[in-house]
Design a protein around this ligand. Structure first.
Ligand code: PEP
Ligand code: CO
Length: 471
């Protein structure tokens, strides 16, 4: 790729750009970042890519989730553990339901920067820049706090590193050990028939774990720990560029076996975005001739692209050609987010265009971003039933098209927040203010998220019972 470099994006038109007043401060932050070690390794990135290839081929499922806007303050033991445990529990339910391995990707350790519909806002009669995320400016509503501060880029790196460090350490010390009992907390479900249905699923998952334990298959590495990958929107290209490194590609198993003695001259190198295992392009920054697409086309990592109603089928396939000219299977995850009332109109033509193009991406449904609404009193929320309905339609549309819905992408938290309405607890709009703590979009709380996993697992089971061919 001769005409690409980690900085070639800078000559292209850019959306959602951050303008720093302090040019010297920006340079010094970027220099610091360039000197810091990668947060993830090529081996890990390539492992994820292999898993995502299996997802694209219909052999695995991907669960991606976490905060809309991560804050530096979320870098603490309780919140990290709650999120990791929630993703683990959801994945167990989905493994049972979809009868496939589940690849877990968290929106964590770097999910700070947010695209905004307007760069400025008026608070209490004062105009100031909008909050763009903890790695850009402060949330406090004063013009001073809202000024983009380049030292936040370096803070973002260290908060990501601490979060990732604690995730790695706690996973390798048994946080996700399937021998320890998990708290499934179903006490809140108010409808007895729903509660009973979930209890049945939990019992089946527990039975399966007990069986493996009795037979001794759980002594393999893998039962004591699980893999969780990190991800974020690759919005801030200065940051991503500073952490993009030309690194040795890991030897594949076959190459390792063939090379006796191992030869260093055969090792090739590629550019890796080392801020995270997986980064995605948002719906607002995916212009074909834009800076973000230019940056993303050069990195080796698996990447995501958000697609919504404004994407045309032709643009979609041209975009796939640009970011994945060699048509690597599963390199690109298409994260569809149309909204429950629009998915039936747009998804079929997007699937058809991609099928004709010969690309084989991972298809993932984000049932959150097309379903945001405001309550009469102006609070941003999402209805559990809309989220579920978009997911169900995605599953059915893919199945009818001979395609495979490879996963879901959710905004969720391990905390007991009240931001989305509905679910088994029957959360209503008048209770939203109880614990509404998001700094951007409304997230599913831990109970709603787990419940969604139960319901999606149930859809898969239903389709299997109907003898449906999922692939
Ligand atoms: C997000 O995932 O938080 C987001 C901003 O999504 P989208 O780009 O789909 O609007
Ligand atoms: Co969001």
């Amino acid at each position: 790729m001769e005409d690409w470099s980690p900085s070639s994006w800078a000559s292209k038109p850019i959306k959602q750009d951050v303008v720093y007043g302090d040019a010297a401060g920006l340079q010094s932050s970027l220099q610091k970042l360039q000197a810091l070690p990668p947060l993830v390794t090529p081996q890990e990135v390539v492992n994820l890519k292999k898993h995502l290839k299996n997802v694209a081929l219909g052999k695995a499922f991907v669960l991606q989730g976490g905060d809309c806007a991560e804050l530096f303050d979320y870098c603490n033991q309780d919140m990290i553990e709650a999120k990791v445990k929630l993703l683990l529990q959801m994945s167990l339910v989905l493994i049972w339901g979809a009868n496939r391995p589940v690849v877990r990707i968290a929106r964590i350790a770097g999910q700070f920067a947010k695209p905004r519909s307007s760069p400025m806002e008026v608070v209490n009669g004062v105009e100031m820049p909008s909050f763009r995320g903890d790695n850009i400016n402060g949330f406090d509503a004063t013009p001073e706090e809202r000024k983009p501060d380049p030292s936040r880029l370096v803070s973002a790196y260290f908060h990501s590193a601490s979060t990732l460090n604690y995730m790695r350490a706690s996973l390798s010390s048994g946080l996700a050990d399937l021998h320890s009992p998990l708290d499934w907390g179903l006490g809140h479900i108010i409808t007895p028939s729903i509660k009973e249905k979930y209890e049945q699923i939990v019992n089946r998952v527990k039975d399966a774990l007990r069986f493996m334990n009795t037979v001794g298959i759980d002594t393999d590495r893998g039962f004591e720990t699980v893999e969780i990958f990190t991800s974020h929107e690759g919005l801030l290209l200065e940051y991503e560029q500073s952490l993009t490194r030309l690194l040795k590609n890991p030897h594949s198993e076959s190459a390792r076996r063939a090379a006796h003695p191992p030869s260093s001259t055969t090792t090739s190198q590629s550019y890796y975005a080392t801020s995270s295992h997986f980064i995605w392009i948002g719906d607002r920054t995916r212009q074909l001739d834009g800076a973000h697409v230019e940056f993303f086309r050069g990195i080796t990592n698996p990447i995501g692209i958000k697609i919504g109603p404004s994407m045309t089928p032709d643009e979609l396939t041209r975009l796939l050609d640009v970011v994945n000219p060699s048509r690597e299977i599963g390199k690109v995850t298409l994260i569809s987010r149309y909204g429950t009332s629009k998915i039936a109109q747009y998804l079929p033509e997007h699937i058809a265009a991609v099928q004709q193009s010969g690309h084989l991406p991972v298809w993932q449904c984000d049932p959150m971003h097309g379903n945001t609404q405001s309550t009469p009193s102006g609070v941003k929320t999402r209805h559990f039933s809309d989220i579920l309905s978009e997911l169900r339609q995605a599953l059915e549309i893919h199945r009818a098209a001979g395609s495979f819905l490879g996963g879901m992408h959710l905004e969720l938290t391990g905390e007991a927040v009240t931001e989305c309405v509905g679910g088994g607890e029957g959360l209503t709009e008048d209770r939203l203010s109880e614990r509404y703590t998001t700094f951007c979009d409304p997230r599913l709380n831990e109970k709603q998220a787990l419940e969604l996993a139960f319901l999606v697992a149930g859809f898969y089971r239903e389709m299997d019972d109907e003898g449906g061919n999922l692939v």
